[in-house]
Design a binder for this molecule. Structure first.
Ligand code: AMP
Ligand code: ZN
Length: 113
């Protein structure tokens, strides 16, 4: 399968990995939009949010759990941060392996553009 993030999981493409466990991998985004911008991905290939199945719910929860833990570790959990998951073309998804963006270290506005 020709998936960029699966290749990062298999160490076929380098990435700046900041956390790994049995189920998820987290690495710095190559084009950061905030002082901290980490992508958290499941090791299991799931193309889009629309492809999540009931059996994947714990895994998806683990993405959020990992984001909160990384925010705490980096010291911006209490100040606040943003997590984003983009779905399909109009949602701005460019890599078709689900990922949670964790962004922190600056103020975010809402609604987003
Ligand atoms: P999205 O647009 O939500 O699909 O997000 C994809 C993200 O992956 C973007 O923020 C890119 O900057 C990031 N990205 C693309 N290639 C790499 C890579 N090789 N290593 C780290 N981040 C990447
Ligand atoms: Zn993949």
């Amino acid at each position: 399968m020709d998936c960029l993030f699966c290749k990062i999981i298999k160490r076929e493409i380098p990435a700046d990995i900041v956390f790994e466990d049995e189920h998820v991998l987290a690495f710095n985004d190559i084009n950061p939009q905030a002082p901290t911008h980490i992508l958290i991905i499941p090791k299991q290939h799931i193309a889009t949010l629309n492809d999540i199945e009931e059996a994947d719910l714990a895994l998806v929860g683990r993405l959020q759990f990992t984001a909160a833990r990384l925010a705490q570790e980096r010291g911006f959990a209490d100040d606040g941060y943003r997590v984003v998951m983009n779905c399909n073309d109009q949602g701005g998804q460019t890599v078709y392996h689900i990922h949670m963006h964790l962004m922190g270290g600056r103020r975010f506005t809402w609604p987003a553009g």
